[in-house]
Design a protein around this ligand. Sequence first.
Ligand SMILES: C[S@@+](CC[C@H](N)C(=O)[O-])C[C@H]1O[C@@H](n2cnc3c(N)ncnc32)[C@H](O)[C@@H]1O
Length: 245
Amino acid sequence: MDREEISRRAHADHPIAAPLDDDAVRGLLERALPHGGGRVLDLGCGGGEWLLRALTARPGLRAEGVDLSERALADARRAARRLGVEDRLVLHRQDAARFTAPHSFDLVLCVGATHAFGGLLPALAAARGHLAPGGRVLAGEGYWDREPSAEAVALLGDLDDLPTTLDRVAADGWTPVHGHISTRRELDDYEWAWTGTLASWALDHPGHPDSAQALAAATAHRDEWLRVYRDVFGFLCLVLRPTAD
Ligand SMILES: C[S@@+](CC[C@H](N)C(=O)[O-])C[C@H]1O[C@@H](n2cnc3c(N)ncnc32)[C@H](O)[C@@H]1O
């Protein structure tokens, strides 16, 4: 089982691949989505959960998702058919950093996928290039809640603290008009869902050739979470407007 498949199985019970509960996702979409119709783009959409929720909530909306993972996009396609929104969803299998479109978008999402661009600010620069006048960006990024260990930085990357993250975003020409800071409960729920779902799958399939590897991956992930980053990692979502269009 490769990392992509491990992650896919681990997210079965938490289809948003980020530490946010359903109310937080709903609240962010309400503040970020255009009123009426419009176009939404998700860079690093994974299984398309943000787009599926947006399309279900807004019948006039059209959406496009970009991701490298064919398996995640296939999941998104299946879910879109199940929800009856497939005619309003276009999925692109490609590097989000190279994605181009003949039209602009009223909302550009990039949640938990800024690494595809080399970090938050390059991701925002890419989003700006796709944005229609008056449009918004919904970006989700980690931050350090406390001084991280070298091990935590090696694992999760070179993040800023929360006020520094906001300072840098503002200095880059963005104004936050809404936001959500994941609670300890959301962060913990996400990690329990990730590790617990994967471990349960392994226990439910004892004869499967991937079972032992899945259980080991769940254990290793839980260990890293508890030992390395639980006390220092935070997650932030921002709804941003360009300070000057
Ligand atoms: C943590 S998941 C987040 C998925 C989704 N945004 C969400 O919040 O549920 C990160 C996603 O980014 C995708 N990804 C990573 N690098 C990428 C790239 N260069 N281009 C497109 N997608 C990429 C991965 O395949 C994965 O689906």
